[in-house]
Write a protein that binds this ligand. Structure first.
Ligand code: NAD
Length: 492
C-alpha cells in the first residue's frame, strides 16, 4: 500500500472514543483510521475573527499580485512533490481508486495555483473616457473573507479550484472540506503555509454541514461563499446567505445526458461512456449517467457497454490496478442501494449488470458497477442524481428525441454527444441545456473556459471570468479630466 503521512492536525485513530474530534473512515473496511479537530460554532466565530484581522490588517491583500504569485507557485511545486501522499490520503478517505488521484488530480491541484497567479498577473482594468469630462476607472478589489465549502468526491481539485482563485486575488480563505474527506485538504493547507502563505490566510474548518458549515455560511464576518456540493445543500446555503446578502457561487449536482447517435464512432463512444459513468466510482457531478443511444445502434452499443462494465476491476482503492473502489460512506452507500432496490419493483427497468453488492466482497462499501435500461425518461432513476457507478440507458428514436429527453431534467451541468455528423453536432450543441457540451470526448476541461451549471446545477462559473467575478468587487472611480464649473447652489 502507498505510504501516507497524516497532516499535523490529524491523529491516527487508536480505538479510543472520539471527543471533540471527527473520525475519518476508510470505506474499504468502514474503520476509522484517523481523526481531526472538530470546529464548533464558537470555533468558527474565532476563525472568522482571525480571518477578518488577516484581511483588514494583514499583509496578504496588500502584497502585489506577483508577490502572492511567487508564494502560490512555490505551493504548486510542493503539491507536485507530495503527489503520492496526497493521492494516498484522498484514496484512503474517499474509496476512489488511487490510480485516479495519482495523475490528473494532483497535477490539476498544483496547476490551479499557477493558473490563477497568471490570471491575476496579466489582468487589465477598464477605463471609460467617453463623457469627455471624466475618466472613469474600474478597479477590482478582493471580496474579503471567503468561505469555501467543498465535497468529498474530488477533495483537492475542487477545493483548490476555488481556494486558488480566492487567494491569488487577495482574499483570505476559510475552507470547510467535507466531513468525510478532510485529511487531504488539511495537508494542502500545510503545504501552502510551507510555501509562505502568512498566518490565518487559509484556515481549515473540519466538521459536518451542521453545525460547522452552517455557522460559517451564516457568519456576518464572511463576505463571499464558494460552494461545491449537492443541489439540496446549495439551496439551503443560498437561503442562509440571503440573511446577510453574501455573494454566492454554487457548483451543484447533475444527471447529465450522454447521447450516442448512429453516426458516432461506436468504439470511442463505448470507451468514453464507460469513463463518463465509472471514473471516480461514478461519484462525479459531471458523470454521464443518462445514456441516450439511437435505436439503430442500441444493441451493439449496449452489448459492448455491458460486457465491459462486467469486466471492470472492483477492489481495494489502494491497489493501483483497481478500477472501481468502495463508495465513500455508509449513508451514501445505503442511498445508492435504495436506488438499486427500485429496479426489481418496476417493470419499466431492466437490470443489465450489477445492482448490488458484488460477489466476494463481504465487508466495505462495495457496490457492483450497474447498468439499467429504462423505458422512458420520467422514471425516478432517470431523474435523480444517484452519484455512484450506476448507468441508466434509454433507446431514442433520433436526435430530436435524444435532445428532448436530455433537456427533460431539473439539472443542466454538462452533456455529452457522440457523432461524426457535423450538422447533428452543431444542432445538439445549440439545443442542449447545459453549462458544458462535450463532443466526442468525455470530461475534458480547460481551466480558462467557464465551468458550471444551469437550472438546478448551479449559479456562476469557475474559469477566468466567473472566478474573478465571484472573488472580487468592482469599484468605479471617477476623476474629472480638468477642473470644470460646478453649479453654485445656495447663492440666492
Ligand atoms: P453535500 O452538499 O452534502 O456537502 C458539500 C459540503 O457542504 C460539505 O462540506 C458539507 O459538510 C457542507 N454542508 C452540508 N450541509 C451544509 C449546510 N447546511 N450548511 C453549510 N454547509 C453544509 O455534498 P457532498 O455529498 O459532499 O458531494 C456530492 C454532491 O456534490 C453531488 O450532488 C455532486 O454532484 C456535487 N458536486 C458538484 C460539483 C460541481 O462542480 N458542480 C463537483 C463535485 C460535486
Amino acid at each position: 500500500m502507498t505510504a501516507y503521512t497524516l497532516p499535523a492536525a490529524a491523529m491516527p485513530w487508536d480505538g479510543a472514543p472520539l471527543v471533540d474530534r471527527l473520525g475519518v473512515l476508510h470505506p474499504a473496511n468502514e474503520k476509522p483510521f484517523a481523526s481531526v479537530p472538530l470546529a464548533s460554532a464558537d470555533d468558527i466565530g474565532a476563525m472568522v475573527a482571525r480571518a477578518r484581522a488577516a484581511f483588514d490588517l494583514g499583509p496578504w491583500p496588500r502584497l502585489t499580485p506577483s508577490e502572492r504569485g511567487t508564494i502560490l507557485r512555490r505551493a504548486a511545486d510542493l503539491i507536485e512533490g507530495a503527489r503520492e501522499e496526497l493521492a494516498a490520503l484522498q484514496a484512503m478517505e474517499t474509496g476512489i481508486p488511487i490510480s485516479q488521484f495519482m495523475g490528473m488530480h494532483v497535477s490539476r491541484t498544483a496547476e490551479n495555483f499557477r493558473f490563477f497567479s497568471d490570471v491575476v498577473n496579466t489582468a487589465a482594468g477598464e477605463t471609460y473616457e467617453q463623457t469627455g469630462r471624466y475618466l472613469s476607472i474600474v478597479t477590482r478589489q478582493p471580496a474579503g473573507v471567503a468561505a469555501i465549502l467543498s465535497p468529498w468526491n474530488a477533495p483537492l481539485i475542487l477545493a483548490s479550484m476555488k481556494a486558488a482563485a480566492a487567494l491569488a486575488l487577495g482574499n483570505v480563505v476559510i475552507l470547510k472540506p467535507s466531513e468525510y474527506a478532510p485529511l487531504s485538504v488539511l495537508r494542502l493547507a500545510e503545504l501552502l503555509y510551507q510555501a509562505g502563505v502568512p498566518d490565518d490566510v487559509l484556515q481549515v474548518a473540519c466538521g459536518p454541514g451542521q453545525p460547522t458549515g452552517a455557522a460559517l455560511v451564516e457568519h456576518a464576518g464572511v463576505d463571499v461563499i464558494g460552494f461545491i456540493g449537492g443541489t439540496a445543500t446549495g439551496k439551503r446555503i443560498m437561503a442562509a446567505a440571503s440573511a446577510t446578502l453574501k455573494k454566492v457561487g454554487l457548483e451543484l449536482g447533475g444527471k447529465s445526458a450522454n447521447i450516442i447517435l448512429a453516426s458516432a464512432d461506436l468504439d470511442r463512444a463505448v470507451d468514453g461512456s464507460l469513463m463518463g459513468i465509472f471514473m471516480g466510482n461514478g461519484e462525479q457531478c459531471l458523470a454521464g449517467s443518462r445514456i441516450l443511444v439511437e435505436a439503430s445502434v442500441a444493441d451493439p452499443f449496449i452489448d459492448a457497454f455491458v460486457a465491459r462494465t462486467k469486466a471492470l476491476k472492483v477492489g481495494d482503492p489502494m491497489d493501483p490496478t483497481t478500477e472501481i473502489g468502495p463508495l465513500a460512506f455508509r449513508a451514501h452507500y445505503d442511498r445508492v442501494m435504495s436506488f438499486a432496490a427500485q429496479i426489481e419493483a418496476n417493470p419499466a427497468y431492466t437490470l443489465l449488470a450489477g445492482g448490488g453488492r458484488p460477489p466476494g466482497f463481504d465487508e466495505g462499501l462495495y457496490f457492483a458497477p450497474t447498468v439499467v435500461e429504462a423505458a422512458h425518461n420520467a422514471l425516478p432513476l432517470c431523474q435523480q442524481e444517484i452519484f455512484g457507478p450506476f448507468a441508466m440507458i434509454q433507446r431514442v428514436r433520433n436526435l430530436d428525441d435524444a435532445l428532448a429527453r436530455a433537456n427533460d431534467s431539473d439539472f443542466g451541468l454538462v452533456s455529452y454527444i457522440w457523432s461524426n455528423d457535423l450538422g447533428a453536432v452543431m444542432k445538439a450543441q445549440g439545443a442542449l441545456k447545459a453549462g458544458t457540451v462535450w463532443v466526442n470526448t468525455p470530461m475534458a476541461r480547460d481551466v480558462r473556459a467557464p465551468f458550471g451549471g444551469i437550472k438546478q446545477s448551479g449559479i456562476g462559473r469557475d474559469g477566468i471570468k466567473g472566478s474573478v467575478d465571484l472573488f472580487t468587487e468592482e469599484k468605479t472611480v471617477m476623476i474629472p479630466q480638468a477642473p470644470f464649473d460646478l453649479p453654485k447652489l445656495g447663492m440666492g
